[in-house]
Structure formats: C-alpha cells, structure tokens
Design a protein around this ligand. Structure first.
Ligand code: FAD
Length: 386
C-alpha cells in the first residue's frame, strides 16, 4: 500500500517479540478466523475465555498489519452521532442501550490489560472537541447520556477559556472531558492478547498465511497457498484490507483513509500545554482530527481527508499542516514518523456484523472505530446464540 506502509510509531516501539509460523498443513478446527487485527484476535480470545479453544486464526501478513497496528490508539466512548437522528431509528431506550455498549470499550481494554498483564501504556483521559454552538449543543446531549450511563465518571462540559483546562489550542470553543475513555498502544495491546490466547489457551495463530480460497458447505474449508483449515464456523475479520477476496462483504461498505504522524519527543512543559490531562482527543466533525500524547512525550496527530480515495503523497507534510492548524506553536517541532491506512466504513457509520447468506456458519465483521474491542464482545455473544 505504497507509502502508507511506512514505519509506524507502534512498530517502532513494539514491546513484544512475537511471531507465528506459516500454515503448512491441513488442520481441522471448530472456528477459523481470517484476519489478525483486533477483531480476529479478540474473537479468538473471547471464545477461548468461554471454553472454545479449538480455533485457528490465519493472518495474511503479520499481526497488526492492518488498522490495528496503524491507528490513533484512541479509546472513545459513546456513538459519535447526532443523538436525535439515532433516536428516530432506535427510540429512547435503544439509544440508552447503545450508549451503554459504546461505553464498554475502555473497561474491557483495562480488564484485558490487567488480566493478562499486558504492557500497552493504557491510560484514562479523553476530550471531545467542538468549535461552534451547534457542536456545543451536541456535546451537551452527549454529556447527559454519558453521565446517565456512568454517573461516577469525571465527565464535564467546558466552554470558552475553560477549554484550555483540557487542551492547549485556540481552535475550540467547547470540550467534553470524559475521563472514562482514554488511549492505548494498540499494537502492544494486540500482541499481548495474541500471546495470551496462544500461550494460555492453545489457540493456533499462523502468519504469512493468506486465505486465497474458501469453500462453503456444512463445514467450511479455507485454503492458503501452503495449507488448509476445515472448520464448523468461519469469521471474516479483514476490515479495510479484504481487497475483494469475499465480494459479498464489499456490498455495504467503502474504504476511507486516515493518516497519522508522530512528533519527536517533546518537553514536559510542552506536553502539559498541549494536554493537561495527558489524554486523547477528537473533534466531532464528520471528518475528524484526532490526537493524543504518548508515554515518550510524543504527540500522535491524526486526520483524514474528505475525498474518499485521496491519499496525500507526502504524509509528513500533509499531517503537519493539519497539526499546525490546531497547534501553531509546534512549528519548530520535528516530525519523526508518518503513516496511514484504510478502514472500512458502513453507510450509517455503525459497526456491522452479519451472518452470511451463503451459509449460516459464516460470519462477517466490519469494525469501524472504537478499537473494535467492545464490538467483538457483542459479536461473540451473538455467535454463541446461533
Ligand atoms: C490511520 C488509522 C487511524 C485509526 N485510528 C483509530 C483510533 O484512534 N481509534 C479507533 O478506535 N479506531 C481507529 N482506527 C480504526 C481501527 O484501527 C480499526 O477499526 C480496527 O483496528 C480494525 O480492526 P480489524 O481487526 O477489524 O481489522 P485490521 O486491523 O485492519 O486487520 C485486518 C487484517 O486482515 C488481514 N487480511 C486481509 N485479507 C486477508 C486474507 N485473505 N487472509 C488472511 N488475512 C487477511 C490483513 O493483513 C490485516 O492484518 C484507525 C484506523 C486507521 C487506518
């Protein structure tokens, strides 16, 4: 994927030296998963915790090659939608239920990090940012919903000069602080989970094992160039990297692209100015800027383009320009790394999970945002019912 594949902050600061063999045999399993990102690995882990351990996961390149090893590490809560619009479709109770689900992510990640002792720089602290009165109104609605589902959390709407209590930028007129959400080193989280699922539960993971053919039937056979897996159930978990492999999956989604940069490590004073809460941030426009500070005092700044297929040719320069609109005082700061990648998006921007029409034992999952984790938990619950 050309320059989008350049070194990421995550690969450069990876703490787990973990690799898995290529599939070179014919195996039988209860479940076969295609794709080694958060969706695939967390489904395997969640299944294993529920006693289903005869799972084989096939990753075409290496774990974290996809969005999971490229993202902003932002653990957002909530829905990221206009609540009145959502309410029209699901009603008041449905909206409350969705908020409860949308709030699970940070808790699940924290639990996993503690349970499996994963070294992934997990940290609480988040703020949603707005720059006009319409966005302030939206944030007020979010504040109400967030508080109703987590009354003990530090959640507070700030306006005017108080916004600087959470973020050091003049670009915003309002901010909703949410200390229940936060950020994480996504690749270390993924690799820590992969270590747990293979070492503690005996799940088999294969890298460099691209699924090239799938035969559907009462059992499903997935073939790679050098082996095969016959299983009762299949999960497609390839997100924006499916590349036409399963045409049925492409009908309801499109790929959009997001980009990231990592600055050089900054002084404590500068970090305190940018982010008094050492947190993660996103504005609430349809195409967002999102950023966070890391343990090494870097700013990871991310943005997307409005044009679906537009990939800037100079990622460092393009990302830097976006960053300077928000933090002009960082104009002397060096940009160490820049990268990007696709993520698949549904028309309504909600995560999609679906049972194949071809066979009732094939499942498809298309995560959108929210680190895919809490969506996976729901997926596994769904999987258990069918
Ligand atoms: C630049 C960027 C920034 C983002 N920032 C955030 C953020 O801050 N917060 C957030 O919540 N989300 C963010 N996202 C989205 C988030 O990263 C994704 O939603 C999530 O990681 C998707 O996980 P996944 O497991 O579904 O797919 P992926 O992580 O994309 O994994 C799919 C895997 O499938 C493999 N694969 C594809 N085809 C085959 C095949 N035929 N056989 C075997 N393997 C195959 C690929 O190699 C890949 O490893 C961002 C995404 C990008 C690109």
């Amino acid at each position: 994927m050309r320059h989008l594949d350049s070194l990421t902050y995550y690969a450069a600061t990876k703490k787990y030296d973990l690799s898995f063999p290529r599939l070179t045999e014919d195996l039988e399993a209860d479940v076969v998963i295609i794709g080694g990102g958060f969706t695939g690995v967390n489904t395997a882990l969640e299944l294993a915790e529920k006693g289903i351990t005869n799972t084989v996961l096939l990753e075409g390149r290496y774990l974290g090659y996809g969005g999971t090893g490229r993202n902003g590490g932002q653990i957002m809560a909530g829905l990221g939608h206009d609540l009145d619009t959502v309410k029209k479709h699901v009603g008041k109770e449905g909206l409350e239920e969705l908020f409860k689900i949308g709030n699970l992510g940070a808790g699940i990640i924290k639990e996993r990090v503690e349970k499996y002792n994963i070294d992934a720089d997990f940290r609480h602290g988040y703020a949603y940012l707005g720059s006009n009165s319409r966005m302030e109104k939206t944030l007020r609605e979010w504040e109400k919903e967030f508080k109703s589902v987590s009354p003990d959390e530090d959640i507070q709407l700030l306006t005017g000069s108080d916004v600087k209590q959470v973020v050091g930028s003049d670009a915003y007129t309002c901010a909703l602080k949410h200390m229940g959400a936060g950020h994480v080193h996504s690749l270390n989280l993924l690799l820590g989970e992969a270590k747990a699922v293979t070492e503690l539960y005996g799940v088999k993971i294969f890298e460099n094992s691209m699924a090239i053919d799938v035969e559907y039937g009462s059992t499903i056979t997935v073939r790679t160039p050098t082996g095969s897996v016959k299983a009762k159930k299949l999960l497609w978990a390839c997100n924006g990297f499916l590349e036409g492999m399963e045409p049925n999956l492409h009908t309801k989604t499109i790929n959009t692209y997001a980009f990231q940069l990592a600055t050089e490590p900054l002084s404590d004073e500068l970090i305190e100015q940018i982010s008094p809460i050492r947190g993660a941030y996103s504005d609430i426009r349809p195409v967002i800027d999102y950023y966070r500070v890391t343990n090494e005092n870097r700013l990871l700044f991310g943005a997307a383009t409005r044009a679906l297929e537009y990939i800037p040719s100079d990622l460092k320069a393009w990302n830097r320009e976006q960053m300077l609109k928000i933090f002009p005082y960082l104009d002397k700061v060096k940009i160490d790394l820049a990268w990007g990648g696709p993520l698949c998006c549904s028309a309504n921007l909600f995560p999609q999970m679906e049972q194949s029409k071809v066979t009732t034992t094939c499942f498809m999952f298309r995560a959108t945002l929210a680190l895919a984790l809490h969506q996976v938990i729901l997926f596994v619950r769904y999987l258990q019912r069918v």
